[in-house]
Design a binder for this molecule. Structure first.
Ligand SMILES: O=P(O)(O)OC[C@H]1O[C@H](OP(=O)(O)OP(=O)(O)O)[C@H](O)[C@@H]1O
Ligand SMILES: O=c1cc[nH]c(=O)[nH]1
Ligand SMILES: [Mg+2]
Length: 219
């Protein structure tokens, strides 16, 4: 897998990452969502450099200009709920993309330290020969990303796959590395050291879905 960890180079992205991590700033829910969206825009811009381009002509009022434009047919799929603001950020740049949504959540049984991933809702176009962008801001154990990909398989075989995430744990990155083809790209804002016993990324940011949309009741 090609891992693109954008934190390896300093940029304005660091400001957005620090704000979603900060225990005081992250409480501003609108700012939290907007920062995830802004990170989606930055990741989308970087990802765009790996797409295919074709020379096209554009008529201006005064002449003709030639420019390389991407000819990838993109399907943008994000994992509910926390994926929504990241999806919006990516869609701000890939504005003609087709879109897929899937729900994947951790279902805790009696023991809060063990959970399974439940996939319930899935709306997806044909993926055959498409460029699939699979987005989820948190790559903790990596199980949601892998369960989602398995659920998408009946919709066709994408030509290329780009995973997009904001914060990953080393363990989750290795997990997806073992489950996806080696041609897959991972575009990630930063990678943290470890997970705690409940599967939260340390230091991470807490619960991205709750920070973006409010706490949910377990059912
Ligand atoms: O890599 P994993 O260990 O699978 O964990 C990551 C998943 O956890 C979060 O979702 P969560 O289950 O909290 O649902 P939510 O988005 O509804 O809050 C996050 O958005 C990922 O989907
Ligand atoms: O640290 C984590 C792990 C999974 N989901 C989150 O929102 N945060
Ligand atoms: Mg989720």
């Amino acid at each position: 897998m090609h891992i693109h960890n954008l934190s390896e180079k300093n940029s304005i992205l660091n400001t957005f990452i620090s704000e979603i991590r900060s225990v005081s700033i992250q409480k501003d829910r609108m700012r939290f969502r907007r920062n995830i969206e802004r990170i989606g825009e930055v990741l989308g811009y970087e990802l765009s450099k790996a797409l295919n381009y074709k020379l096209v002509s554009v008529e201006t009022p005064l002449g003709t200009s030639s420019i390389n434009l991407t000819d990838n047919t993109i399907v943008l799929c994000s994992i509910l709920r926390a994926g929504v603001p990241l999806h919006n950020g990516l869609l701000n740049y890939f504005d003609t993309a087709d879109n897929a949504f899937i729900s994947a959540y951790r279902h805790h049984k009696k023991n809060p330290e063990s959970f399974e991933i439940i996939v319930e809702y899935l709306a997806c176009p044909n993926l055959e020969g498409k460029t699939l962008i699979l987005a989820d801001p948190m790559l903790a154990t990596g199980q949601s990303m892998v369960a989602t990909f398995e659920a998408l398989k009946p919709f066709g075989t994408p030509k290329e796959i780009h995973l997009v995430s904001v914060i990953g744990a080393k363990e989750g990155v290795s997990f997806v590395e073992n489950h996806f083809d080696k041609t897959t790209h991972l575009w990630i804002a930063t990678i943290d050291e470890k997970l705690n016993e409940k599967g939260y990324i340390i230091p991470g940011l807490g619960d991205a879905g709750d920070l973006a949309f409010g706490e949910k009741l377990q059912h």
